[in-house]
Design a binder for this molecule. Structure first.
Ligand SMILES: [Zn+2]
Length: 370
C-alpha cells in the first residue's frame, strides 16, 4: 500500500513524462522544485510561485527545526498554513546540511551545533520523521549519511551501510504515524558516491525496505559530471520504473537534462535563485552576468526568448541599474526570471518526451551550457 501513485503518460527512451498523485493532489514530472530553505524562496513570495506555475516547493528541515522550530510551524497548520501555500511541499531530512557541519555521527544518529546560536541538537532517523511530520510535508525524505566527494572508499561504504540501517528505522517510524492517520509520503535515499557497484547495492537495499519514491543523494557534491552520470545510471537501473525518482540538489541545465534522459523525475537546486542574487542570468544562449558593463545600455530583456513577466517589461539596462544600486527589487526580478527559466526548461522537457524529441533538446542545451 502506498499514499502516492505515479502514472507515466509518455516515454522517450528512459525519460518519462508522468503525474505524481498524493493525498494533496497531483503534480507533473519531470519537475523542478524551487528551494524554500527557511519557509520561503528567498526574495519572492508563494503567490509568485503560483504565478510561475511551480507545483512543488522544497523546505529545509534543518533550518526550520532550529528557526522558528517545528512546533511553531505545526501550530500554524504546518508549512502549508504557515507559508500560505496550497501546492506540494517536499522536506529534506536535514542530513545534507547537518553533514556539512562536521557533526558527531554514531550508529544511532547525528549530533550537531546550530549555525544560529551554537546550541547542540540531535537528529535520528526517527526524529527526522517526527520533525517532518510536524512540518506537514507532503513528501518526507529519510535521514541519510551524505559524504562529500571525493571520500575514501571506507567512508562511502559506511555511509551506504548507515543510510540503509537508518532508512529501515525511518520506515518504522513513518509506518507508526501512518497507522495513526498520516497521509505523508516517505522517500528513501540512495548513496554510494561515484562507485556504480556501490550505488546499485545501495539502491537494492533501499528498494528492499520499500518507499513511496526514491531520492538519489550525494551527487553533484564536487565530482565531475562524467563520474556523476554513470553512478546515477547505475542506481536508476535498480529503482522501480513505476515510482518517482528524485535527483537531490542537481540543477545545472546539462546535468538536469541528462538526468531526465536517464529517467529522473524530480529535481531541486539552489542555483537559479542563488545565482540570480549575484546577477547571473539564465538565457537560451547560456548564462550572462548582468553586472558586466556591456549591458549598461542594453535595451533587450534578460532573455529575448523568455516569456516571464520580468522579460515582458524591463530591459537589461534597467535591471542592471537596480542591481548595482542594491535595490531589493532587483533580487526579486532576477529570481523570478531565473526560476521561470528553469520551470520552462522542465516544461520543454515534458513536451519533448511526449513528442519523442528529447534528443534535440539535449543537443540544444549541450550547445549553450558546459
Ligand atoms: Zn524572463
Amino acid at each position: 500500500m502506498t499514499v502516492l501513485s505515479f502514472g507515466v503518460d509518455a516515454q522517450d527512451g528512459n525519460a518519462r513524462c508522468a503525474r505524481v498523485i498524493t493525498a494533496r493532489g497531483s503534480f507533473r514530472t519531470p519537475c523542478f522544485m524551487p528551494v524554500g530553505t527557511r519557509g520561503t524562496v528567498r526574495a519572492i513570495g508563494v503567490d509568485d510561485l503560483e504565478r510561475l506555475g511551480a507545483e512543488v516547493v522544497l523546505a529545509n528541515t534543518y533550518h526550520l527545526m532550529l528557526r522558528p522550530g517545528a512546533e511553531v510551524v505545526a501550530a500554524h497548520g504546518g508549512l502549508h498554513g504557515f507559508m500560505g501555500w496550497a501546492g506540494h511541499v517536499l522536506t529534506d531530512s536535514g542530513g545534507f546540511q547537518v553533514f556539512s557541519l562536521q557533526p558527531d555521527v554514531d550508529d544511532d544518529g547525528v549530533t550537531f551545533r546550530s549555525t544560529y546560536d551554537g546550541s547542540t541538537h540531535r537528529l535520528t532517523p526517527e526524529g527526522a520523521v517526527a520533525v517532518q511530520h510536524a512540518l506537514g510535508a507532503d513528501i518526507q525524505m529519510v535521514l541519510d549519511v551524505c559524504p562529500s566527494l571525493p571520500s575514501p572508499p571506507e567512508v562511502v561504504r559506511l555511509a551506504v551501510d548507515r543510510t540503509a540501517r537508518w532508512a529501515e528505522r525511518a520506515k518504522g517510524a513513518h509506518r507508526r504515524l501512518w497507522s495513526a492517520g498520516s497521509t505523508q509520503a516517505l522517500f528513501g535515499i540512495v548513496q554510494g558516491g561515484t562507485d556504480p557497484a556501490l550505488r546499485q547495492e545501495s539502491a537494492k537495499r533501499t528498494v528492499e525496505i520499500g518507499f513511496d519514491g526514491y531520492g538519489i543523494g550525494g551527487l553533484s557534491v564536487g565530482e565531475p559530471r562524467d563520474e556523476m552520470l554513470p553512478a546515477l545510471a547505475a542506481a536508476l537501473e535498480i529503482l522501480p520504473p513505476d515510482q518517482p525518482r528524485y535527483l537531490m540538489g542537481v540543477g545545472d541545465p546539462v546535468g538536469l537534462i541528462e538526468a531526465i534522459a536517464l529517467g529522473v523525475d524530480m529535481f531541486d537546486c539552489v542555483l537559479p535563485t542563488r545565482l540570480a542574487r549575484h546577477g547571473t542570468i539564465f538565457t537560451g544562449e547560456g548564462r550572462i552576468n548582468l553586472r558586466n558593463q556591456r549591458f549598461a545600455k542594453d535595451p533587450q530583456p534578460l532573455d529575448p526568448s523568455c516569456a516571464c513577466s520580468v522579460c515582458a517589461r524591463w530591459s537589461r539596462a534597467y535591471l542592471r541599474h537596480l542591481l548595482r544600486v542594491q535595490e531589493p527589487s532587483a533580487l526579486r526580478f532576477l529570481t523570478l526570471h531565473n526560476l521561470h527559466w528553469f520551470l520552462a526548461l522542465v516544461q520543454r522537457a515534458r513536451c519533448a518526451i511526449a513528442a519523442g524529441t528529447l534528443s534535440a533538446l539535449r543537443a540544444e542545451i549541450a550547445a549553450h551550457w558546459d
